[in-house]
Design a binder for this molecule. Structure first.
Ligand SMILES: Cc1ncc(COP(=O)(O)O)c(C=O)c1O
Length: 419
């Protein structure tokens, strides 16, 4: 019989196998200093384009003050226990009410983490007779939630309305046999490439098919819509989203998340969400911090305006210089280049070491072979100088990519990878 750990010793997994070449630089890099437009990487200042602090709240003095005071008052233990048992407070309730109002829903419920909360909400919403229909490019938290489902599930082609309809028809056939219902799950904004989910078109399908819509709006909350209520507000269909989800890990620059919907639905989830029933309540300093951040989202529209000023300057600047930024409809700014993985590694090194620009890099198997995706997250704390310097840097790396410099520089790595 095999030792369970045999596979661990032999195979570190699809990402783990690159650890020797990548760790500390391409993965698990250490960004140091205060969170902002410029941080330190390996002792040198870099312009940071990989931090989801959309509204620049992470290091805002008022936020830092409230966080510090809340930590002083409550410590990191309070309240002890799960919400249902001994971890419930007036401030948890107040935050839920204010979040519900902000996203135009009757009620909301707090989650400790977005990822775990999404998994758990999917689990609570469906039974074995129900059918799930979801986007093939969905975030891992949706895929993992679907994995818990004991019934049928269908993926549709990314943001493809004809494929959504086809899969709703398949789902309907099954649901008619089992006597179950249908849950359709989309993201408000797809975080890798920046397109918004086709919520308007999905909602229109409610005329023909009987399903409930669950939207993960991690990247839309605080950044899209007139008031910042997200992709549903932006597309004019917020009232047709049956369960709305957002995390505090992006615009709110914190930890935690919430779901919102009709009172009866949220009441049901409150009593059936295993991630909250069997885990400690969101700690008080995070609740107090979230109340402050939400207040700033409501009262400081200039934060979102500044964010979009920067998004537009960066995205237009890239387009004017002939870069392919795909079909983004949000702040998420992908830049697609053609090259191999070793070339991508040499390119990112050049960007960081010689141009002081730090952004995330995505390669095969996340995107097709031969493509390099540099993913940039503009925030309200970036300056026009940051943007100009970055655009200059991008023009320079494209030139070096096209004239074969990175191919030459990475020849050794490429040979090692072929081994
Ligand atoms: C689309 C999406 N959903 C859910 C999550 C998970 O949220 P959290 O970081 O709060 O666990 C993320 C990443 O943060 C995300 O990008």
């Amino acid at each position: 019989m095999k030792d369970l750990f045999d596979k661990i010793y032999k195979d570190k997994g699809p990402l783990g196998k690159w650890a020797d070449q990548a760790e500390g630089y391409f993965v698990f890099p250490k960004l140091e200093g205060e969170i902002g437009n410029r941080m330190k990487f390996q002792g040198k200042e870099v312009i940071t384009w990989s931090v989801n602090d959309y509204l620049g709240l992470a290091n805002h003095p008022e936020v830092r003050k409230v966080d510090a005071e809340a930590a002083k008052q409550y410590g990191s233990a309070y309240p002890m226990g799960a919400r249902m048992m001994s971890g419930h407070t007036n401030l948890h309730e107040q935050l839920q009410n204010e979040l519900a109002e902000f996203v135009n829903k009757e009620a909301a419920y707090l989650l400790n983490f977005g990822y775990q909360g999404m998994v758990s909400t999917i689990d609570a919403l469906v039974g074995k007779d129900d059918v799930i229909v979801y986007d093939v490019d969905a975030h891992a938290c949706i895929i993992d939630g679907v994995r818990l489902h004991m019934g049928k599930r269908f993926t549709y082609k990314h943001n493809d309305v004809a494929s959504i309809e086809k899969n709703l028809q398949r789902a309907e056939k099954i649901a008619q046999q089992t006597g179950g219902g249908i849950l359709l799950i989309s993201e408000g904004v797809f975080g890798m490439r920046g397109e918004q989910g086709k919520l308007k078109e999905i909602v229109a399908l409610k005329e023909k098919y009987n399903f409930r819509l669950f939207v993960d709006d991690a990247h839309g909350f605080g950044t899209l819509g007139k008031t910042g209520a997200g992709a549903g507000e932006e597309q004019g269909v917020q009232d047709q989203i049956d369960v709305y989800f957002a995390t505090f890990a992006k615009s709110m620059a914190s930890t935690g998340a919430f779901i919102a919907g009709d009172q009866e639905v949220i009441d049901y989830l409150k009593y059936n969400l295993r991630s909250q029933m069997f885990a400690k309540s969101l700690q008080m300093q995070l609740v107090v911090g979230a109340l402050k951040r939400l207040d700033m989202l409501r009262s400081m529209p200039q934060l979102k305006e500044k964010l979009w000023e920067n998004v537009n300057a960066l995205q237009n600047g890239l387009k004017e210089r002939g870069f392919d930024i795909g079909t983004t409809q949000s702040c998420v700014t992908p830049v697609y280049l053609k090259g191999s993985i070793p070339e991508a590694m040499a390119l990112v090194k050049d960007l960081r070491e010689n141009h002081g620009v730090f952004c995330s890099i995505v390669v095969y198997p996340v995107i097709p072979k031969g493509l390099i995706l540099l993913r940039m997250i503009p925030t309200a704390s970036h300056t026009m100088k940051d943007i100009e310097e970055t655009l200059e840097a991008f023009s320079s790396i494209r030139e070096r990519l096209e004239n074969g410099t990175y191919k030459r520089l990475s020849a050794g790595v490429a040979a090692a990878m072929d081994d």
